[in-house]
Design a protein around this ligand. Structure first.
Ligand code: TYM
Length: 347
């Protein structure tokens, strides 16, 4: 049986990249799980605080994220849904993994290297300066490995930007098994969608992200149809009038085709060339209109559901608390095995 696990940071309403690259697949995996499979999704507050967060705002974002995941179709009767920060076994395992993870492995993480580069060149207006490069941010991928391993997860549905973190989690699981001569942890495997990397609508050299300065660079699952249409009409493409699918040479157009395909089909692989060819002789505005219509058809029911669910904070807290109890039960079983293996079980 599979143990499917993934996580998301409570640092803003999910955008189209989060949805098409990950959350939509979470829902599909939940709804197609075989008897005996376990499906677990987690809101990772301890990852969020590796960068500065306002405490009052963070509490709200954690509720917003829970409401978002439920609105997207995560069903707490089918999936174990909870907040990582309510289950201390995550950080407990992370400490033990810290002690078998070479610093060199973490120095090679592109997420760390790019933040380091920004901080070292920071001017006064930059968001990150060197004082923000804390130990938690450096160890972030080890906590992610602990999230995965505390449930002995076998499959992890994430977007492309998490591939290196997942490979590190595999290396850490292997290192633990090897050091202690025990096959305690399975090798977690990445699961991807056809839209594993949705690009920024303002700068197609970048992925769509929660932290990019421009609101117009991303579509949120709570955007209304007018906002979605405006953002897609304004999407940066290039000056070639003909429509072709060339993701390397023409990333802006390629991104629109990929989003269109992902919103109209759930297949993990799609013939994007063929979709590009079907637009031969038509204008970019036609493609943008079709993309906007397809995104609205996907997102608008989610926005409405979000508004309904978000108005019931006490129910949201009940869902999270029920998840916490079950997650702790599972996590503490693993922790006991780990402590026995490491030699930290008895007084
Ligand atoms: P986070 O919160 O940045 O993103 C959540 C999920 O959305 C995917 N994603 C994208 N997919 C396609 N295109 C994009 N532009 C795009 N942007 C984001 C991410 O790949 C992710 O699947 N470190 C993780 C959270 C995490 C986690 C874990 C994930 C913590 N522990 C354990 C899996 C397993 C993160 O920051 O995701």
């Amino acid at each position: 049986p599979r143990v499917i696990f993934s996580g998301i940071q409570p640092t803003g309403i999910p955008h189209l990249g989060n949805y098409l690259g990950a959350i939509r697949n979470w829902v599909k995996l939940q709804n197609t799980a075989a008897p005996g499979d376990t499906v677990i999704y987690c809101i990772v507050g301890y990852h969020a605080i590796t960068l500065p967060q306002d405490p009052v705002h963070l509490e709200t974002e954690r509720l917003n994220m829970l409401a978002s995941l439920l609105a997207c179709g995560i069903n707490p009767k089918l999936s174990l849904l909870y907040n990582q920060d309510q289950v201390p076994e995550h950080t407990e395992l992370a400490w033990i993994l810290n002690c078998i993870t070479p610093v060199g492995w973490l120095s090679r993480m592109t997420t760390w290297k790019s933040k380091l580069a920004v901080a070292r060149n920071a001017g006064s207006e930059d968001e990150i300066d060197e004082s923000m490069l804390n130990l938690g941010l450096f160890a972030y991928p080890v906590l992610q490995a602990a999230d995965i391993m505390i449930h002995k997860s076998t499959h992890v549905p994430v977007g492309d930007d998490q591939t290196q973190h997942l490979e590190l989690a595999q290396d850490i699981a292997r290192a633990f098994n090897h050091k202690y001569g025990d096959d305690l942890f399975p090798m977690p495997q990445q699961l991807s969608t056809s839209a594993k990397r949705v690009l920024s609508l303002r700068d197609p050299a970048q992925k769509m992200s929660k932290s990019a300065p421009s609101d117009k660079s991303r579509i949120l699952i709570t955007d209304d149809p007018a906002a979605i249409t405006a953002k897609i009409r304004g999407a940066v493409t290039d000056s070639i009038t003909e429509i072709t699918y060339d993701p390397e040479g023409r990333p802006g157009v390629g991104n629109l085709i990929s989003v269109l395909a992902a919103c109209t089909s759930e297949e993990p692989t799609l013939d994007l060339d063929a979709i590009g060819r079907s637009y031969q002789g038509r204008r970019i505005q036609d493609l943008k209109q079709d993309v906007a219509d397809a995104v609205i058809a996907k997102i608008d029911p989610i926005r409405k559901e979000y508004e309904r669910i978000r108005a019931e904070p006490s129910w949201l807290r009940d869902v999270s608390e029920a998840g916490t109890v079950l997650a702790r039960e599972r996590a503490s079983r693993t922790m006991l095995e780990v402590k026995r293996t490491v030699g930290l079980a008895r007084m």
